[in-house]
Design a protein. Structure first.
Ligand code: NAD
Ligand code: DAU
Length: 353
């Protein structure tokens, strides 16, 4: 089939990126999808074995912080569009080693912006640079209210500060150079293929292996959970219909206190593992809190829903159950990602807590 558009997806071997790559490769056979990923500890090509042989898919191992590689990539493919997901994404890691977050999330994003600008400067028609960001740039909420697109930025961790910086650079390239760029800020994703440093896959794996389930502080922090395929569907819509210069919030309208979420997960795990009710809950262990732990995130996605008709999966328990089933049916995937390095990281993070 003739190629109608070449699309760069950065970070396509990671959790959300792999769902986006799969969706685009399968749904748009006339697009050439180039997945550029450094394959850090979080990048895993096993996430994409089902589509890796498709004619419209190419993988390029590159570090977005390396300006020359990024420039060469744009020369090679003359992209029409970019969906930028590559990032250091874990808040706890950003607290122990912030430098990597500055290098990848800020410098890497600027390298991509420069390369896109250079490639498109004579003709911005039908081009789009789509930057995937997070609700954490808005800071933390009290008991009331939600983040809207007008909420001021107030990042409080090195991770969210690095994402906020990259958002500012994307907006600066739109206003200063006219680069057609848009941003979406999404809440917490869950689903298959998430690296088990994040709360839900970490808890599933620990419960399965009868290990303590670490809950930070008193478990009172609140997150707004969204199924990864819902995020992927929103990215698809915004890539095609989003307006350059605009920001869109994406959320699940699905707020949960961490402790309530973990208790529900424990009940699901008891059922799936045929354990008597209450067995998994005994594994819950309250540990030292995350420094600067944001209390509550909640996203108002009215703009996205109104303008595009997008809506998230309504039933969280069903989504969580599907997610648990995936991890229990893919124990080989889990064993492969829990490398020696991850074991060391886990020991470092949780031994003193
Ligand atoms: P992830 O950590 O699972 O994946 C990140 C991917 O980026 C990995 O494949 C990794 O190898 C790659 N990468 C890292 N540094 C790189 C570099 N220097 N060059 C090239 N590739 C590099 O992350 P995720 O959870 O899938 O998040 C993807 C994006 O979505 C991030 O930008 C994140 O900020 C954003 N986001 C995530 C969530 C969430 O809940 N996970 C919510 C909102 C927004
Ligand atoms: O809100 C969007 C963000 O969600 C994304 O931008 C980030 O990339 C993504 O990692 C996620 O950040 P969080 O810090 O909210 O996710 P995490 O899974 O690390 O933690 C979820 C909540 O659970 C948070 O309040 C901290 C808590 N937690 C986390 C871990 C890993 C625990 O109580 N115990 C744990 O072991």
């Amino acid at each position: 089939m003739e190629t109608t558009r070449s699309v760069l997806i950065t970070g396509g071997a990671g959790f959300i990126g792999s769902h986006v790559v799969r969706r685009f490769v399968n749904k748009y056979p006339s697009y050439l999808i180039v997945n550029a990923d450094k394959l850090t500890y979080a990048g895993n090509l096993e996430n994409l074995t089902d589509i890796e042989k498709k004619d419209n898919y190419i993988f390029e191992k590159i570090d977005i912080a390396d300006k020359n590689s990024v420039t060469a990539l744009f020369r090679k493919y003359s992209f029409h569009g970019v969906i930028h997901l590559a990032a250091e994404s874990h808040v706890d890691r950003s607290i122990t080693s912030p430098d990597e977050f500055v290098i990848t999330n800020i410098v890497g994003t600027v390298n991509l912006l420069n390369a896109a600008l250079n490639c498109w400067k004579n003709n911005f028609d039908n081009k789009i640079f789509y930057h995937i960001s997070t609700d954490e740039v808005y800071g933390t909420l009290g008991k009331e209210g939600k983040f809207t697109e007008e909420t001021g930025y107030d990042p409080r961790s090195p991770y969210s500060a690095s994402k906020a910086s990259s958002d500012h650079m994307v907006r600066a390239y739109f206003h200063t150079y006219g680069l057609p760029a848009l941003i979406s800020n999404c809440s917490n994703n869950y689903g298959p293929n998430q690296f088990p440093e994040k709360l839900i896959p970490l808890a599933i794996n620990n419960i399965k292996n009868n290990k303590p389930v670490p809950v930070y502080g008193k478990g009172e922090n609140i997150r707004d959970w969204l199924y990864v395929e819902d995020h992927s569907a929103a990215i698809d819509i915004l890539f095609h219909k989003g307006k350059a210069g605009e920001t869109y919030n994406i959320g699940g309208n699905n707020e949960w206190k961490n402790i309530d979420l973990i208790r529900m997960l424990c009940r699901i795990m008891d059922r799936k593992l045929v354990r008597s009710e209450g067995t998994s809950e005994k594994l819950i262990t309250f540990v030292k809190d995350r420094p600067g732990h944001d209390l509550r995130y909640a996203i108002d996605s009215t703009k996205l829903c109104r303008e595009t008709g997008w809506s998230p999966l309504p039933d969280f328990e069903a989504g969580l159950e599907k997610t648990v089933e995936w991890y229990l049916n893919n124990t080989g995937w889990m064993e492969n990602v829990i490398s020696g390095d991850y074991e060391k990281y886990y020991e470092l993070m949780y031994s003193g807590r």
